[in-house]
Ligand binder design. Structure first.
Ligand SMILES: [Zn+2]
Length: 277
């Protein structure tokens, strides 16, 4: 949520900027290549990856950051270079500011989409870039493929000075978080909140308040955040997805997610309203 971050998404490079040095997000197997210079990793800059010794398989213009072109470049084979380190998005979150980290997530998703949409899903013909938009088009049947996004809701359930947090079965760390789940076809995001909460912890909620959203590139989610008030019901967890869920008092919280995620922002906002933090 970096308001001062001045990125303007665009589909093609304006003619007058042809050949201008840009920032390159070089993507290899969902990892971003950081250039190691004087022991410190940074994003490489140049007119093209060959300027810094890399040979990409495809390039995608992403837009302008403070007027500077930003590109994604895809590498279909592992890059072997002592000057570059491949890093995953989680480790990059600690090195890049929020806005640049979101650009890295954007680059990883565009490159992966390009790699997985070379052929039409309907007729099998080889696809081509569509004109004027970020899409690939089938020349035979006309099917358009846009980069894939999976909307997911994420909800903090409040009951005064308590909040309901759950521990997912797939969490690596002993950590409690807000409830999240994908929106289903034909469902509104509000309906998804009510359904997910009911399915995962068995309670009913009311008074949904939209909080904000966050692109979450693991692999292509868009998290849509809500606060909600508990309305009825006792906790009854879905044991396939949740290993534990409890009401936690604002003064006695467990280990919660790190500051990069909207889950934490939802919790921090509630804590502020409780006069903590
Ligand atoms: Zn087709």
């Amino acid at each position: 949520m970096a308001e001062s971050f001045n990125f303007r998404p665009m589909v093609s490079l304006p003619d007058e900027l042809s050949g201008v040095q840009g920032i390159w997000l070089c993507v290899e197997r969902n990892m971003v290549l950081m250039q190691v210079s004087e022991g410190r990793p940074k994003l490489p800059e140049g007119g093209h990856p060959r300027d810094f010794g890399l040979y990409s398989d495809h390039e995608h213009f992403l837009g302008l950051l403070d007027g500077v072109p930003v590109w994604a470049a895809g590498f279909d084979q592992p890059v072997r270079s002592d000057d570059f380190q491949a890093q995953n998005l989680f480790s990059l979150s600690a090195q890049l500011d929020t806005g640049t980290w979101a650009l890295a997530g954007r680059a990883v998703q565009i490159v992966e989409w390009h790699r997985t949409h070379q052929f039409c899903g309907r007729c099998g013909e080889r696809t081509e870039p569509a004109q004027g938009e970020r899409a690939r088009k089938c020349p035979s049947c006309g099917l358009l493929n846009f980069p894939r996004l999976a909307p997911a809701i994420i909800t903090l359930i409040e009951r005064g000075e308590e909040a309901l947090l759950a521990r997912g079965r797939n969490f690596g760390n002993p950590m409690y978080s807000t409830l999240a789940g994908f929106v289903e076809p034909g469902e509104s995001i509000e309906e998804a909140v009510h359904r997910e909460v009911r399915e995962e912890v068995g309670v009913e909620v009311t008074n949904l308040r939209y909080f904000g959203s966050q692109p979450w590139p693991f692999p292509h989610s868009l998290m849509i955040g809500f606060h909600a008030d508990w309305a009825a019901g006792e906790i009854a967890i879905d044991e396939a997805e949740i290993s534990d869920a409890k009401w936690f008092h604002a003064d006695d919280l467990p280990n919660i997610p790190g500051r990069i995620s909207i889950s934490r922002w939802l919790i921090d906002d509630w804590l502020r309203r409780q006069g903590r933090g």
